[in-house]
Design a binder for this molecule. Structure first.
Ligand code: IMP
Length: 457
């Protein structure tokens, strides 16, 4: 029997076409490189035109910094939309939450006078517990002692317990979700089970009672924020509210589409929004892919355009390329357009945001990678498997540099001709328009190419 037939005789049918939700205008912001592209600032900017900002993947491994009124906010778990009063800031089910870290972040925001009442946490988001962090550290230390052709065998993780927590989620039996922090009996059972399992791996003394006591106290503190975010998001969609999905980490770190195994453990592209929130991606009408004007990477794995020289050092210093989460110096290189084009394809981006263009001022020439030499051939397709990628060599195109400080530019016509040429080359290679250009860390230091009178964007 079809749905319509089964409803024929009932008084109320909830499946009639007239009751389908209105088309929502959701947007997404995703990183197209190895993270740290300046997504936080773009999300912060777009948040003005949205009612809710939603995190769907990753955890405290991500670090978004946003500068408002010369004050810098480093956010790891809380969506950047929190800096606008009255917006919903939703951490959906696909995120792994370290309760101690999120409480610390909430406290810091409140001390700075930021209203955090819009922050909601999914009851089905998984909880990062102490043994996940211990396991992350133990594995990395063990692997660091094993050498391979590329160096040691570790991934170079942030040691925030992200991989072990996602592994626990997939293993199921001992996993803890945010909702379990409010169910003492379930929590006790799960943590005891997890400790038994992890003790054999870690060989350490895990005090399950202490872990449960801490987790219950954290749950109590967060209880008012723990909800079913899937229904909340669908209710917002149904009432015509605009959602903004904020991707953490970036495409090259995606567990399926990134440079595996040197990736994080979640779906970092726009494709992760469905499973990570319960919202179908057909609602998304605008996907902004964020790229910085050069490349950076933290952690291990191939990066073909890496600059292990003075130019790299200069870019690192000017761009302040040190990790928001770990403080590690980031590896720096020229822009890899082959990688960016692949990443734009995976997320179906409708627009690019080119950030940190100001950092490139002062170089005589700027190189962009437009192809790879691989096994004797010239190719223009990305090689997402780290072993394949490590075998390739970059083919560069040289563009003229610009010497002018562009940090005060607010319109396209204020940019030097060489900077415009750089932007045009990005667009022509990737096949997607650059709509936003970052010329400094401040909210106002963004050129909004399509800005119209009366509109924020
Ligand atoms: P994990 O996410 O801590 O497991 O780390 C896996 C890899 O992803 C490491 O190379 C990290 O440095 C990298 N990574 C994770 N999150 C970010 C991020 O937000 N920005 C840059 N790199 C990241």
């Amino acid at each position: 029997m079809s749905v319509q037939e089964s409803c024929k005789d009932s008084v109320q049918c909830h499946n009639t076409p007239s009751q389908t939700a209105p088309a929502a205008h959701a947007s997404a912001v995703v990183g197209l490189q190895w993270g740290d592209e300046g997504k936080g600032k773009i999300v912060d900017l777009l948040a003005q035109d949205h009612d809710a900002v939603v995190r769907y993947n990753g955890g405290a491994n991500a670090g978004h910094s946003v500068v408002v009124n010369k004050k810098r906010y480093a956010l790891h778990l809380v969506p950047s939309g929190i800096l606008y009063p009255g917006k919903h800031a939703i951490v959906a089910n696909g995120v792994v939450i370290d309760p101690a870290k999120i409480i610390q972040e909430i406290d810091q925001l409140e001390e700075a006078g930021i209203d955090t009442s819009g922050l909601v946490l999914s009851s089905r988001a998984h909880v990062v517990l102490p043994y996940h962090k211990l396991e992350d550290q133990a594995r990395e230390t063990l692997l660091a002692g094993k050498t391979t052709e590329q160096g040691d065998a570790s991934i170079g993780t942030t040691k925030r317990g992200i991989g072990p927590c996602y592994a626990e989620k997939i293993q199921r039996a001992a996993a803890v979700r945010m909702g379990d922090l409010l169910r003492p009996e379930v929590l006790k059972e799960r943590v005891a089970r997890a400790c038994t399992l992890h003790r054999t791996e870690l060989g350490s003394d895990l005090d399950d009672k202490a872990i449960v006591a801490d987790a219950l106290a954290q749950g109590e503190k967060l209880s008012a924020r723990i909800q079913d975010t899937t229904y909340l998001l669908h209710d917002l969609v149904a009432s015509g509210k605009k959602l903004l999905f904020e991707g953490a980490n970036a495409t090259m770190l995606d567990v399926d589409h990134g440079t595996y195994p040197y990736v994080t453990s979640s779906s970092t592209t726009a494709l992760g929004i469905g499973p990570g929130t319960g919202i179908p991606t057909r609602h998304i009408s605008r996907t902004v892919g964020v790229i910085k004007a050069y490349s950076t990477r933290v952690g291990h794995g191939p990066m073909l355009t890496e600059l292990d020289n003075e130019i790299g050092e200069q870019i690192r210093t000017i761009g302040n390329e040190f990790g928001t989460t770990t403080g590690r110096p980031r590896r720096v290189g020229w822009l890899d357009l082959v990688a960016v084009k692949y990443a734009a394809m995976i997320s179906g981006v409708s627009e690019l945001a080119l950030t940190l263009l100001d950092v490139l001022a002062g170089f005589d020439e700027l190189l962009v990678c437009t192809g790879y030499r691989y096994q004797g051939n010239v190719i223009d397709r990305f090689l997402p498997d780290a072993s394949d990628l490590a075998e390739a060599e970059p083919i560069y195109e040289t563009l003229p540099g610009f010497s002018q400080d562009i940090t005060a530019c607010r319109q396209m016509n204020e940019l030097p001709a060489e900077a415009l040429r750089y932007i045009e080359r990005v667009e022509s290679f990737v096949g997607v328009r650059v709509g936003l250009i970052g010329v400094g860390p401040g909210r106002e230091q963004t050129i909004r190419r399509d800005a119209q009178a009366g509109s924020t964007l």
